[in-house]
Write a protein that binds this ligand. Sequence first.
Ligand code: GRF
Length: 212
Amino acid sequence: MKRIVVLASGRGSNFLAVASAVSRGMINGRCVGLIVDRPGTLAAVRAGEHGIPVFTIDYSVFSTKSAYEEELIGTLRSLAPDLVVLAGYMKILGSGIIREYVGRIINIHPSLLPSFPGLDAQGQALAYGVKVSGCTVHFVDEGTDSGPVILQRCVPVLEDDDPGILAERILAEEHIALPEAVALFCSDRLRILGRTVIRLPDDSGEQVPGSL
Ligand code: GRF
């Protein structure tokens, strides 16, 4: 069983999707902690409902980013994760953490990367006028939303969409994609070859959530 730690900053619907898939036995792992970067998040409430320990590391009380990161890395080490999941975590991780957990940190982003990295991906997609968007789960490297892609799911972009409506349509796909990627990782079915992530066949013949 892999030890999964989730980092989130807000609503936590992607965290909930992972926690629910764990509860249903669809992931060979357990959530050993949720780390949030500010108090009062809905994500923390949801973790409490699932009996998952919450660690609040309030970014605003640290005088420097490196002091915050030191606390974060200490908390991560104490939880000994096999996998760190960024699920709506709104900070850029420092290179020390990324190097320590290389190949073991994944992120969900609401666009089809490499299009529209960074903030307001849905607004960027609408402003560009694309007809298709979606979400990407990827390994985290030291760039912004630039690591090797694990899987993507797409949605249509409609002419009367606004960023909120498009975000909702994409979010529904995120809730399928993220548990699926976590399940694949926790079953040792992902290999990184350069920029390409290979999905290994499942020896047990079992399907991971969301797979066709
Ligand atoms: C999601 O759209 C995620 O892709 C983005 O932030 C949002 C977080 O939503 N990075 P939630 O907190 O998981 O509900």
